[in-house]
Write a protein that binds this ligand. Structure first.
Ligand code: ATP
Length: 897
């Protein structure tokens, strides 16, 4: 497990270094060790070298090991979270090693004893809980994946920060889609899978930390035992219906999480099995191209999620992301969600009030998980206190309008957040409200968070402390008179406590007071001389011990509350989930209102009929840039090809809006099946089981695939898997190869989709030959996006019309893009010639193979090209080469005119 060099016997190690090496040995080379030394976490050897570079902090040296200086760097404990965050972001894992006894305790075991230390936690990207390390609006999923000998795959996922724990079984072909839907930060998997290049090649693993584990960790029996013990059930049947693959994955995940918590119990809800069949399947390529929760470049802003997100809480934003990533299939479930959004569209007052209240809600699930893990603080209690009581406030608001009957979905959430059925939690919320001060510190050990009136002893001690402070304030005047030094001051610092200070010129007066004097000398500094008195020392120690006792009592109060939170953690998580749902429903309603979105008619039928549909992200971008408004477009498809075509072929100039149109219709399915309103004038959507897209070509060099290969793999997946219930968008397939090949592939794909897959499909192409094919095929039709030439310039109309486009306007677009005029003019001339040749040519396979001609009949070489081709470059001297260059330039200029 480790590559740490073992010290040779001949070299004597310091006891501390010996301890460090032993701990580092246990941690292994994969994680850097934060070794606690007083107020710093120190890093040594390779860890120090790597971390110093990653954090851009100074690398120093300390002592020697095997004759070599030991590289070292350190980070202060109080700001360690910032450094942790940076390291985790850069893909590091960090083992945090704390001192588990005080130096005084260590001394008792012998003067040379080293303070005991233990690794208390392994921080990995998928196991974060700190607010500062987490994205408030994004989940932090860790996934474990297993493969059984029979070839079944199991996925188990958890969000340690809020306690989610779920599993699913999936056939190998669905694993990439499942994993992409979860978009985890970390993936735990058996070594065999990790080394299976074919399998791994299909997963999209960008930004995911991979954690291979030995096969034995995925043993089904061991997993079953582990899960039963942790969740205190006789057998797993009590928790749900899990496959062996799910048990193996869940067991391995639990074990790994336990390892990262250094043995402390993992605070997760009992696992729930979910069904793959319940969700709209979206493979990773489609997910990426539709930019659902992040853009292709990886940012949240510019994604579908960022544009429609009107939630006011972090948990609400996370819930919206889950819904968009896993849209539903069940029509009744979808309608139930839609009912809730409709309700908040219709009842604007309710929506506004609810959102107002939700603004005051904290991240209850994360706060409760942190407290349960022993990493919480008074602020987490405060979050619970305020957010739990919010449930009552919201219910009270709804109760004011008894005539308004919320739909079942909203009603369930309201009951869920009400404390009426939960007397223990209601009491907990009330008690927290009374016990905590309005402003509380982050850490319990800092004290100062228990309100007056909660613990009589704390109040008494505080009075004692305050009285003593008042007495001390009174003493200053008394001592000044007694010492006859009017500038005498009583001050305080952490080392001396309270003391009397006079300037050096008065020191003698004070010191010469004789045996009667109450002043006892303590310290002489350049700036002043310090004294104490018996009375002052007494008061000082009273204050100090009262403060110590108050802190201890406050900690007791804190721990008592933590115990109560742990007892109810499941219910608290449930309430947090209901609040998040309400936030999503109300937020979606607001977005719908702002964007004229409508409730879609969702059914199990074959139709997809959109009137006046818009692309929410492109529309948003146009609005922000002040560009002309988005042009809405209809779309009508039907898999039984009765009420509408099954497949529509879209042609039109470059930049006309073909890709936008394709994507906007795919997004309609996602939004509607996620249970939300859609940006259209009206929409009828027969639920899709899978979404497929082949949009835009990109290389996947990391997997050794060229652009064309990637495109063909994605097309193959579509033709092999798409069903009558699927929705397919294909953008310019076949573009990455020679025109005849490309056209043939596009042609065959259209036919296959129409007659074999029978999916609803939109197919954008520049192969105008295909438009003639479509005319002869049942169930298919042509549509096009228009553009007009105006004064030699191109104007895009962006509207979709029946029928094929007559031309591509590629040359005009090239002009728009800023190609040099000379090149544009030349292209125009070549195009004219090619078009006239093609019209006369009988050899073309069908119609007008616009680009075929371009490829197969290259234009005549120009004089310049001929001159260059004939040139023997090696025979030229540098001078001749330069002269030639001038000559060629003159010729070129003559030609351009
Ligand atoms: N319906 C629309 N209303 C207004 N503007 C639109 C519309 N559709 C697209 N656009 C604008 O046109 C730009 C180009 O759209 P899009 O990429 O969809 O064109 P395209 O036809 O697929 O082009 P190409 O063939 O070059 O890939 C968009 O970025 C957007 O600004």
């Amino acid at each position: 497990m480790t590559t740490q060099t073992k010290p040779e016997k001949a070299h004597k190690l310091t006891p501390m270094m010996e301890q460090f090496l032993a701990i580092k040995d246990g941690v292994g080379p994969e994680a850097v060790l934060f070794y606690r030394m007083g107020d710093f976490y120190e890093l040594f050897f390779d860890d120090a070298v790597r971390a110093a570079a990653a954090l851009d902090i100074a690398l120093t040296k300390r002592g020697k090991h095997l004759g070599e200086p030991i590289p070292m760097c350190g980070v202060p404990v109080h700001s360690s979270e910032v450094y942790l965050q940076r390291l985790i972001k850069k893909g590091f894992r960090v083992a945090v090693c704390e001192q588990t006894e005080s130096p005084a305790e260590a001394k008792k075991r012998g003067s040379k004893s080293v303070v005991r230390r233990e690794v208390v936690r392994l921080v990995t990207p998928g196991t974060l809980t700190e607010d500062s390390l987490l994205d408030a609006r994004g989940s932090n999923m860790i996934v474990a994946m297993s493969r059984t000998p029979a070839g079944g795959h199991g996925l188990a996922w958890a969000d340690v920060s809020d306690g989610t724990f779920k599993t699913v079984s999936a056939p190998a072909k669905d694993v990439p889609a499942q994993l992409a839907a979860l978009s985890p930060r970390e993936l735990v998997l058996p070594e065999a899978l990790y080394h299976d290049a074919d399998f791994m090649g299909d997963l999209s693993l960008d930004g995911i930390a991979l954690t291979p584990q030995p096969e034995t960790k995925f043993d089904v029996r061991a997993g079953e035992r582990r899960l039963s013990e942790r969740f205190k059930v006789g057998g797993l049947d009590g928790l749900g219906d899990f496959s062996n693959a799910e048990i193996a994955a869940a067991g391995a995940l639990l074990e790994y999480l336990q390892l990262t918590q250094a043995g402390a119990p993992v605070q997760l809800s009992a696992p729930k099995a979910s069904k793959t069949s319940g969700y709209l399947a979206i493979d990773p390529a489609t997910r990426a191209s539709l930019e659902i929760d992040r853009t292709q470049k990886g940012s949240r802003s510019g994604s579908l999620l960022s544009v429609i997100d009107r939630t006011v809480t972090g948990p609400g934003a996370r819930e919206l992301s889950v819904r968009l990533n896993r849209p539903l299939l069940d029509v009744d479930d979808i309608k139930a969600r839609l009912d809730a959004v409709s309700f908040f569209v219709e009842h604007e007052d309710m929506r506004r009030a609810l959102r107002g209240h939700l603004r005051g809600a904290g991240d209850m699930a994360r706060a409760a998980s942190r407290l349960a893990l022993g990493r919480g603080g008074p602020r987490d209690l405060k979050t619970l206190s305020e957010t739990l009581r919010l449930g009552e406030t919201i219910n009270a608001h709804f109760a004011q309008s008894p005539d308004i009957k919320p739909p079942a979905n909203v009603e369930r959430a309201l009951t869920g957040i009400s404390l009426a059925q939960e007397p223990d939690i209601a009491k907990l919320a009330r008690d927290l409200g009374k016990a905590l001060l309005p402003d509380v510190p982050m850490l319990a050990r800092d004290g100062g968070f228990v309100a007056t009136g909660w613990t009589p002893e704390i109040d008494k001690l505080k009075t004692l402390r305050d009285d003593s402070r008042r007495l001390i304030a009174g003493l200053q005047a008394e001592y000044a008179k007694l010492a006859e030094v009017s500038t005498l001051k009583i001050k305080h610092n952490n080392v001396l406590g309270y003391f009397i200070e006079v300037s050096p010129k008065h020191a003698d007066t004070m010191l010469s007071k004789g045996p009667e004097s109450p002043f006892i000398h303590k310290q002489t500094l350049v700036s002043g001389v310090r004294f104490t008195t018996v009375e002052l020392a007494d008061l000082d120690s009273q204050i100090a011990s009262a403060a110590e006792r108050v802190t201890a009592l406050e900690l007791e109060v804190f721990n008592g509350f933590v115990e109560r939170v742990i007892t109810h953690v499941e219910t608290i998580r449930g309430m947090a989930a209901y609040l998040a749902q309400l936030d999503v429903q109300a937020g979606w309603a607001l977005w719908a209102e702002e964007n004229r979105a409508v409730r879609p008619i969702v059914n199990d039928g074959p139709d997809f009929i959109i009137k006046g549909g818009r692309h929410p992200v492109v529309e948003d971008a146009l609005r922000k840039s002040g560009a002309p408004a988005f042009t809405a477009n209809d779309c009508a498809l039907s898999s039984d090809a009765n009420s509408a075509a099954r497949l529509t072929l879209i042609t039109g100039p470059n930049m006309a809006g073909k890709s936008t149109y394709l994507r906007q219709n795919a997004l309609m399915f996602i939004l509607a099946q996620a249970g939300g309103f859609v940006p259209a004038a009206s929409a009828e959507i027969g639920v899709a089981d899978r979404l497929f897209s082949r949009v835009g070509a990109s290389d996947d060099l990391s997997k050794g695939r060229s652009t064309f290969m990637t495109e063909m793999i994605e097309t193959a997946a579509i033709l092999n898997q798409s069903t009558e219930r699927s929705f397919v968008i294909l953008d310019e397939i076949g573009r990455g190869t020679s025109t005849f090949d490309g056209l043939s592939i596009a042609w065959a794909s259209v036919e296959h989709l129409l007659s074999v897959n029978k999916s609803r499909a939109l197919f954008a192409t520049h192969y105008h030959e295909l438009t003639e094919l479509i005319d002869g095929l049942d169930g298919a039709e042509n549509a096009s996006l228009r553009a007009k030439e105006w004064d030699g310039d191109l104007v895009f109309l962006h509207d979709v019309r029946p029928g094929a486009a007559d031309r591509s306007y590629g040359v005009q677009v090239a002009k728009l893009a800023g190609l040099p005029m000379a090149a544009v003019e030349r292209a125009r001339a070549v195009l004219e010639r090619l078009e006239s040749e093609s019209v006369n040519s009988a050899s073309a396979p069908v119609g007008l193979p616009l680009f075929t001609a371009a490829v197969t009949t290259p234009p005549e070489p120009s004089a310049l090209e001929l001159a260059l081709a004939r040139l023997d470059v090696d025979a030229l001297s540098p001078r001749q080469a330069l002269d030639l260059l001038y000559e060629l330039k003159v010729k070129a200029q003559e030609k351009i005119g």
